[in-house]
Design a protein around this ligand. Structure first.
Ligand code: ADP
Ligand code: UDP
Length: 236
């Protein structure tokens, strides 16, 4: 597989074309951003940890029947993926209240959500990733009603699979964000699943083990990601 030119440089990853029109290389950098890219720092080992973490999770999901972009790891910081037509919508599933839900509704952080919630946000940093609903997605042509049905179905299935996986590692899956795209017309899970895009708390102590350590200046960000990886058995 030959790496060609940089197609897109995101806040945390760079995307490269390859000699196969259907495949891309994702390069996980050490850049860490928060607040829609307003704060950016470099964290040693982050690219490697997230690349390997993502590979582990995507493979678990694939084995459990979720169609994912993931092909294979190419090295410490890179993986080969299917080239998707991305749908510019973030799907967020929550099992406990945290983050923007707490701010928006003024509820207490950590309360159990029964049932889980499913939310959509437009992927647009300049607009601050606004909260949207399904009718906006269809009306503005970001995705079809059929795409949305499948994205929700897959998001909830991912929640079931990963809640169990993290629970077995002594962690609460508080919430997470997924991005989907289409590959030859089918909805496929894209982007990444790593502690950058989810909230994970220790089951006993509720210690934060995810990107909130960076957002809230709690320190030991990568140490926490590595601890999560170790508990799951991710080879780093
Ligand atoms: P951001 O765009 O939010 O700054 P990243 O730094 O993670 O995020 O950049 C990765 C970009 O690549 C994102 O825009 C994401 O939607 C896109 N992307 C992720 N996976 C795929 C894929 N399989 N095919 C095409 N684009 C993808
Ligand atoms: N999230 C993400 N990218 C975003 C926005 C949110 O990965 O652009 C993740 C975030 O890490 C958390 C979940 O989605 O696990 C819900 O985030 P929330 O809406 O609470 O927003 P936040 O206040 O964290 O920006």
């Amino acid at each position: 597989m030959e790496k060609r030119e940089e197609l897109y440089r995101g806040k945390a990853k760079s995307v490269y074309t390859t000699d196969d029109a259907d495949r891309l290389i994702l390069l996980f950098r050490n850049d860490t951003s928060a607040f829609d890219g307003k704060r950016i720092e470099q964290l040693d080992r982050k690219g490697m940890v997230n690349n390997k973490f993502n590979a582990f999770i995507m493979q678990k999901l694939e084995e459990a029947g979720i169609p994912t972009q993931f092909d294979k790891l190419l090295g410490d910081n890179e993986c080969l993926v299917k080239k998707l037509e991305m749908i510019p919508v973030e799907c967020v599933v929550r099992n406990y209240a945290a983050g923007s839900l707490v701010k928006r509704l003024g509820v207490e952080e950590g309360i159990k959500l029964n049932p889980y919630t499913f939310e959509l946000f437009l992927k647009d940093d300049a607009k601050g990733d606004p909260f949207i609903n399904e009718s906006h997605v269809v009306a503005f042509g970001w995705g079809t009603a059929e795409n949305l049905v499948r994205m929700k179905e897959l998001s909830l299935k991912v929640n079931e699979i990963l809640t169990k996986l993290f629970d077995d590692a002594g962690l609460l899956l508080v919430d997470f964000k997924l991005e989907f795209g289409t590959f030859h017309g089918e909805i496929v899970l894209g982007d990444e699943f790593s502690p950058d895009g989810c909230r994970l708390w220790d089951k006993e102590t509720r210690k934060k083990m995810d990107k909130d350590r960076f957002r809230q200046g709690l320190g030991d960000v990568i140490e926490a990601y590595e601890e999560v990886a170790k508990r799951l058995g991710v080879p780093l």
